[in-house]
Ligand binder design. Sequence first.
Ligand code: ADP
Ligand code: MG
Length: 244
Amino acid sequence: MHQVLESEHQAAASSQPAIAVEQLDHFFGSGALRKQVLFDINLAIAAGEIVILTGPSGSGKTTLLSLMGGLRSPQAGSLRILGTELVGAAKNIAVEARRFCGYIFQAHNLHSSLTAQENVMMGLEVHGTYSRAARRDRAVEILAEVGLDDRTQYYPENLSGGQKQRVAIARALVSHPKIVLADEPTAALDKQSGRDVVNLMQKLAKEQGCTILMVTHDNRILDVADRIIYMEDGLLKPTSELST
Ligand code: ADP
Ligand code: MG
């Protein structure tokens, strides 16, 4: 009896989308300056899916990602990350959800006073469960995976743009997040570095079985996506309308 319930529970958990958004609106400002930037967003992303989000500048892509990543509080509608509702959630719930997500920014956001290895170790700090030695070992390991085993002690100023972005990816993935949110991760990179960075994200994501939502304008990397979605003026447009 107990076992039946358990397996039903597991089945339900595996079929649930990694990210589920329903009727999500978002506003910036207040009073006369209040401005709606997201309108009735509906979106479900399955576990393990790689989705690319495109659309013009100012259309609301970063806002949507920051809500999903728990960097901003959602106001209205429903936003569930791995089944946890973030709209109206207590602060500790949002913090918990943030732990499931790795966030990669357009500008790598590394700490300039920390080495590559120390920056990656920061990616494990929020978890609080690893000793310093364990964090160091995992950082060194994943830096080797992104091809930076000979750069672990370098400071960001002594790394190229592509290398810095690889450190940022290592930092986002070192904790094996269930979801990776990447906001224009190749924008500052040349063609080859951009391709390398995306291949790497794809490889690590497949290995770790995580879900990726990536904002990009880079036509050269669209092929990594299982699905491409398009946003304009705060609205998600059906892909069938794309050609019109
Ligand atoms: P995108 O990432 O697609 O370029 P954003 O999500 O950054 O778009 O911005 C969507 C809209 O929200 C824009 O009109 C932008 O000016 C506005 N916006 C973004 N962040 C803020 C903020 N912190 N305060 C007020 N308005 C903002
Ligand atoms: Mg943006």
